[in-house]
Ligand binder design. Structure first.
Ligand code: HEC
Length: 129
């Protein structure tokens, strides 16, 4: 029992650190919620629908080809996880290309996270249930 605890504790700690890193990247670097989380009428993000997909609250002054007026649900409940799987999402976060090698439409930024950060974001998204 004692030995088992010592063996497992660092793994649990590593996973917690990944979750924290992913949350930090989503909330403070990628600002994913600005587009993917719906707004309440007060203008605050809807905390009960974090990253569940939203109609954008802004549009370009001049027409931009392929502009998307909505951002999809990027939680594990969304269609994207089923369609792409974790491998596809991991690749997208590192290359800004979908499993067919296509970039996302604007205004989705073309993030190219390193593998550790892409994994951390996935761990955080997975925890959004
Ligand atoms: C400026 C607004 C904006 C921000 C910020 C943003 N997104 Fe998006 N995102 C979009 C829009 C709009 C789409 C729809 C584009 C499309 O379907 O091609 C999208 C699509 C996606 C897709 C699906 C891409 C596809 O080709 O279908 C994923 C995955 C995604 N976003 C993840 C994220 C993550 C993770 C973050 C933060 C690290 C983030 N987004 C930040 C607006 C945004």
């Amino acid at each position: 029992m004692f030995i088992l605890l010592f063996a497992v504790a660092p793994l649990v700690h590593a996973q917690d650190a990944k979750l924290d890193r992913g949350k930090y990247l989503v909330e403070n670097v990628g600002l994913c919620g600005d587009c993917h989380t719906p707004m309440l009428p007060t203008g605050q993000p809807d905390g009960s629908h974090v990253l569940r997909g939203a109609a954008l609250g802004f549009q370009p002054i001049h027409p931009i080809p392929k502009w998307n007026a909505a951002a999809p649900d990027i939680t594990p409940q969304g269609a994207l996880w089923k369609k792409w799987g974790e491998i596809g999402l991991l690749k997208f976060l590192q290359t800004a290309q979908d499993p067919h090698g296509h970039p996302a439409d604007p205004p989705m930024p073309a993030y190219k996270f390193n593998v550790q950060d892409a994994e951390a974001i996935l761990v955080y998204l997975k925890a959004l249930r």
